[in-house]
Ligand binder design. Structure first.
Ligand code: SF4
Length: 333
């Protein structure tokens, strides 16, 4: 369980348009061990999906660019591999990704069985057709779909079943890392719970590590070992699940995230949303990116980027921790 699978260090990604440079990911670092699940949490535009696309080397060709950092996966820096090596040896086979909307991820004119078989055929040259057929049946059963339905088309499946098919395709080559980008957001709540339970069960049985991208802290609590909170392209708080859900010390943004979900034990009429908007990633402010929305903002926050403060497995990037002298400062870069 403690063998490191992937190490992302100081990753920076930009999108370049004719008018501006968007700083989408600004020097993030994290590690994930084999079989572990990390939840990448934050609001829309925080850089979560860009981080995933960077790891997969699937950024839009004309505009997206990784400008620094390294992504060490099973000892190889993915940023140094050729496009062909990424396509043939890493994507699908070692690292698979599932996207938010299962309908757009599936081909409407191919049966689900053919779509799973195609993924297996692409990555395993030596396997014959009867073995592929057997594997298709196995992965469908694995995600809770009867193999007798392999000749059906995506429109014959419900939303939750379609997402199971997408997960079956992703798992068909037994990847070591599964990146799931909001895998349950397009599903209704009861189906969400089923799909999440199934993903947790698969993770336990197959020992697949997962990066789960979500804005839902409930989903994180249900399935993750580690949590990384992202804001304006930076990781502002990282810790094990209990660091985030049990500890009393948090980044003000994380406090805001928890305030924005209902607490059934408290009698309050309204939720407390985080006031304001995330800064324009093409015009990030000097100092802390959260300064305009932060109730604790100090002069130093407008001048200097916060360092990362470390307490065991719990990291927080906020000047409050220097002021309160709570934790030892650690210059993460
Ligand atoms: Fe708020 Fe300052 Fe901490 Fe940023 S560094 S979150 S502005 S207290």
């Amino acid at each position: 369980m403690n063998e490191e699978l992937i190490r992302v260090e100081n990753l920076k990604v930009i999108y370049k348009t004719t008018d501006e440079i968007v700083q989408a990911v600004n020097g993030i670092s994290f590690t994930l061990n084999k079989g572990e699940t990390i939840g990448l949490v934050g609001e829309t535009g925080a850089g979560k999906t860009t981080t995933a696309l960077g790891i997969m080397r699937l950024l839009p060709e004309r505009t997206g660019k990784i400008i620094s950092g390294s992504i060490t996966f099973e000892g190889n820096n993915l940023l140094e591999l050729s496009d062909e090596e990424m396509r043939l040896k890493i994507r699908g086979e070692k690292i698979a990704m599932i996207f938010q909307d299962p309908m757009t991820a599936l081909n409407p004119v191919m049966t689900v069985g053919e779509q799973i078989a195609e993924a297996i055929r692409y990555h395993s040259e030596k396997i014959n057709e009867s073995e592929i057929g057997k594997r298709v049946d196995e992965v469908l059963e694995l995600v809770g779909i009867s193999s007798s339905r392999k000749h059906e088309y995506p429109h014959q499946f419900s939303g939750g079943m379609k997402q199971r098919v997408v997960i079956a395709i992703a798992l068909s080559c037994e990847p070591d890392l599964l990146i799931a980008d909001e895998p349950t957001t397009a599903l209704d709540v009861t189906i969400q719970a089923q799909v999440l339970a199934m993903m947790g069960d698969l993770r336990d049985r197959l020992k697949t590590a997962m990066i789960l991208i979500t804005h839902d802290l409930g989903v994180v609590a249900q399935i993750c070992d580690k949590v990384a909170v992202m804001y304006a392209g930076e990781l502002i708080e990282v810790g094990m699940l209990e660091d985030i859900f049990v500890s009393k010390e948090h980044h003000p943004y994380t406090i805001g995230l928890f305030g924005a979900i209902p607490n059934l034990e408290e009698d309050s009429d309204r939720l407390s949303p985080i006031v304001g908007l995330m800064p324009d990633p093409a015009k990030l402010p000097r100092g802390c990116n959260f300064q305009d929305r932060c109730p604790y903002c100090m002069d130093v926050c407008k001048e200097n980027n916060p360092k990362v403060y470390v307490n065991g497995t719990h990291n927080i990037a906020c000047h409050l921790f220097s002021e309160k002298q709570l934790w030892k400062g650690d210059n993460y870069e």
